[in-house]
Design a protein around this ligand. Structure first.
Ligand code: EMZ
Length: 387
């Protein structure tokens, strides 16, 4: 098996029953594995709700480690749309020229620096700093803030390896409380200030609502982006011809990014709570139990994707659900896509090849399934085009 390969652990269950079972802290999850069911489930917010108690739709569940509702992803229609309307224009800024220029500078600097080094540990010294520095552009915060965020490590919300340790979240919460107070006293052009002045259903947002939006902004795009960047580097290390393909045909960059997101599926699944007894794939889903929409499985569904386990950078039809689906689709997707497009373009321009030195895989334990999501560590050497 290639080191950059991410096998599909869901194939048999998806084909045989369409449902996966997972126990999670004694609150079991029935995982929808087929592309069709995942998309139907995502649409059907009346039966499969997001607005349950905070943390319950996350797998592993966070009910024991937080009370704060994350917004808008733990809210159902119609309020969901009202929250989303407040922040959607802000999250479309990545399409603007000055924004992409800043992102480009950050990415070029990271690659230029990596090219001078004998070896680079990609997760912690390339992808994490890149994610944090790029986030300063999304928040319109000073670049220097990224140093603090980098010091928090890959996960802002959970401690590594212990889903029941909530202490780490306190660091983020305290930080956000300060930033929100600052924005109230001295509004600037950043996202906190934008939220402080925003109106929701004819009133100002509360501090907890602002915090709920900010926590999601920090947590949702953290390990997902880090894994996507790291997995891409590993992929190009083993497929130098793909870098060449992108260099010669830059017009494939957009589809290449979509294909990598499909293949990596950085967020394995997202849960919902069942509001009324129902049935999925002949499986009874009882009210007040949990289901999940397994994006990672849907993205390898043979009924939709030809050769689903192959990365085909110029794949034509690609209705992947790597950014979720329906009204809850990822708000940060525009930012993540721009980051990835610029990363691919810059790598193709500057890097001739990448050598993997050593690595440690990151395997998610989903009870019945073990899924590789990326790496805990991977040391590589970037080789320059000019050598
Ligand atoms: C939640 C989640 C959001 C959760 C889109 O995903 O990301 C997870 O990493 C966090 O732990 O709280 O924000």
């Amino acid at each position: 098996m290639k080191k950059s390969e991410l096998p599909d652990p869901f194939k048999n269950a998806r084909e045989e029953t369409g449902i996966g079972k997972m126990n999670d802290q004694n609150d079991p999850v029935a995982m929808f594995l087929r592309h069709k069911d995942v998309r139907k489930g995502a649409h059907n917010w009346k039966t499969f709700q997001s607005g349950a108690i905070p943390g319950r739709i996350v797998v592993p569940s966070e009910v024991n480690i937080r009370d704060l509702r994350q917004i808008p992803f733990e809210v159902d229609p119609p309020q969901h749309a009202d929250y989303r309307a407040i922040i959607e224009p802000w999250f479309r800024r990545p399409l603007e020229e000055p924004y992409t220029k800043k992102l480009s500078e950050i990415i070029t600097t990271a690659i230029d620096e990596a090219l001078t080094q004998e070896s680079v540990e990609v997760v912690n010294t390339f992808a994490l700093p890149l994610q944090s520095r790029a986030l300063t552009v999304l928040l319109n915060s000073p670049y220097s803030e990224s140093e603090t965020w980098i010091s928090w490590g890959t996960h802002v919300f959970r401690s590594e390896g212990d889903p029941l340790d909530g202490d780490k979240a306190e660091v983020l919460y305290t930080y956000l409380d300060e930033k929100i107070e600052e924005a109230i006293k001295n509004p600037s052009g950043d996202l906190y200030s934008k939220l402080v002045e925003s109106e929701f259903e004819g009133r100002k947002l509360t501090k907890d609502e602002i915090k709920g939006i900010m926590v999601l902004t920090f947590a949702g795009g953290r390990d997902t982006v880090i894994n996507t960047v790291t997995n891409s580097i590993a992929y190009f290390a083993e497929h130098p011809e793909s870098l060449q393909q992108i260099k010669e045909n830059p017009e494939i960059i957009n589809s290449a990014v979509e294909e990598l997101i499909r293949y990596f599926s950085p967020l394995t699944q997202m849960g919902r709570v069942v509001t009324q007894d129902t049935q999925v794939c002949e499986h009874a889903a009882k009210a007040d139990t949990r289901i999940s929409l397994c994006w990672a499985s849907a993205n390898r569904d043979e009924a939709v994707f030809k050769n689903p386990n192959e990365v085909i950078l110029d794949r034509k039809m690609n209705p992947h659900v790597g950014f979720g689906f329906s009204h809850h689709n990822c708000l940060g997707a525009t930012h993540a896509r721009q980051l990835m497009r610029i990363l691919l373009k810059t790598l193709a321009e500057k890097v001739s090849s990448i050598d993997i030195i050593d690595f440690e895989e990151n395997i998610e334990d989903l009870d019945q399934f073990k899924r590789k999501v990326g790496f805990h560590k991977i040391n590589v050497k970037f080789n320059s085009k000019n050598n």
